[in-house]
Write a protein that binds this ligand. Sequence first.
Ligand code: NAD
Length: 460
Amino acid sequence: MRGSDATVDRGQRSTEGGGKTPVKVSVFGLGYVGCVSAACLASRGHEVLGVDVDPVKVELVLGGQAPVVEERIGDLTADVVASGALRATTDVTVAIGQTDISLVCVGTPSAPNGSLSTRFLERVAEEIGRALADKPTWHTVVFRSTMLPGTCTDLLIPILEKSSGKTVGVDFGVAVNPEFLREGSSVRDFFNPPKTVIGAADPASADAVAALYEGLPGDVFRVEIPVAEMTKYADNSFHALKIGFANEIGAICRALGVDSHQVTEVFLADRKLNISPAYLRPGFAFGGSCLPKDLRGLVYAARRADVAVPLLDNVLTSNEAHLRRAVDLVVATGRRRIGLFGLSFKPGTDDLRESPLVELAERLVGKGYDLRIYDANVALSRLIGANRAYIEGRLPHLGQLLSNAAEDVLEHAEVCVVGSTEPAVCEAIANAGDRPIIDLVRLPDAETRRAHPGYVGLGW
Ligand SMILES: NC(=O)c1ccc[n+]([C@@H]2O[C@H](COP(=O)([O-])OP(=O)(O)OC[C@H]3O[C@@H](n4cnc5c(N)ncnc54)[C@H](O)[C@@H]3O)[C@@H](O)[C@H]2O)c1
C-alpha cells in the first residue's frame, strides 16, 4: 500500500509506557474499539472522555467497569477511572468543549443488502459538527470506524461542515485512523500495533493523531484519506482470504489422506514466495506454464474427491475477469491501431505458454484491431520448441505482428498497451506523447502519470 505519496516513520521501541505529550481526547462510541482505545489512551497519560449514546455504557465506565469483555480491559478500566484519567458522558457538547481531539469509534454494520451502513457515522458527524459550531478553538475529528474509501471526504466532511458552519482544514481538522486490533487480544494489540495508519487532509491533523500514539512500536504511515480507509479493507479481505485458502487446502489434503498441518509447516517456512510481498502488488493477470495448469489440476482432484473448493475454483475466473478489464480498456479508447509492449508471461523470459499478454493479443486481433507487438525477449528467431508450437497455435500471424524495435511499435500505435517495464519499453513510452497509455504493469513513473488524462492503470 505504500505509494511514494505515503510517508513512513519507523516505530519506536517503548510499549505500554505513557505517551510523551498528554492530550485531551474524547472517544465517541464505547464498544469494543472505543472502550479499548479510551482505556489504553488513558493509561498512556492522556486525559480521556468517553462518549456514548447508550447511558448504560456510560454509567458502567463511570463506575470503573468496562462495557465489553476482553482480556485485561476490566482491570485497566478500573485503574484509569480511579486515577481520573478516563471519564465518560453522553453529552457531545461537553465532550467537544473539554477536549482537543475526538476519536470516532461508532459501529459501521452491514445493511441487509450487504452494503456498509454509515448511519451511526452520519449521526455522530452531525452531533460533533453542531458542537464545533460554538467552539472557538481548533479541534481535530478522527474517524477510527471501518469505512469505505470516499466515506470521509464525500459524506462525513460535508456533514461536519454543514452542521458546524465551518470549513475543514481552516477551522477544524479531520483524519482517518483505522483500527487494527483483534477482539480477544485488543489491549495487547493496542500497545503493540502492527502499524499505525493516518490519513489526513492537512499535516496538522496528522500530527495531532500521531501524538496520541507517540512511543508505540510499529511503522507510522501518513497517507491520503482514501488510502487510509482502504487499507483496512485490504487487510481484512486478505485475512478472510487466507483463512478460506488454508481451509480449502486442508479439505483437499484430508480427502487425499495428507496431513495439512505438515504441508502448512513447509508452506509457512517459505518466506521468499509464500509469506512475503511476492505476488501481492496489483498488476496484470497471471499465466505461464505452471499456475493455471496446477490450479486446474488441484481443483479437478478436489472435484473428483467431492470436495467443494469455491475459492480455488474461482481463482481462474478472477484472472479471466482481470484480463477482460484490459480488453475493455482498449475497446474504450475507440482507437484501432494498438501497440502492445510485452508478450511473454513475465519479464526476463521468452516463455509464451499461457501468457496473458498472448491471450490479450489474440483477443485484440480477433476483434479486428491493428496490432503491433514488441518484446525484447521474444523474437521469431528465438521461438523454438514448445513456444513455437504454442505461438503457431495461438497467434499464427505473430511474425507479422512482432517487431524487433520498440520505436516501430510506438510509431504504429494510436494506443500503447504496456505489459512490460523493460528499459526499451519505458524509453518508448516516455516518447509516447499524447497517445493514450494503458498500463498493465505499473510503469515506474505511474504515480505521476496517474494525474494525466490519457493514462489509465489497470488496477491503480
Ligand atoms: N470489533 C473489532 O474488533 C474491530 C476492530 C477494528 C475495527 N473495527 C471497526 O470499528 C468500528 C466500531 O466497532 P465496534 O466493534 O467497537 O462497535 P460496537 O458496536 O461494539 O460499538 C459501537 C458503539 O458506538 C455507540 N454509538 C453509536 N452511535 C453513537 C453516537 N452517535 N455517539 C456516541 N456513540 C455512539 C454504540 O452505542 C456502541 O456502544 C466499526 O467500524 C468496526 O468495523 C472493529
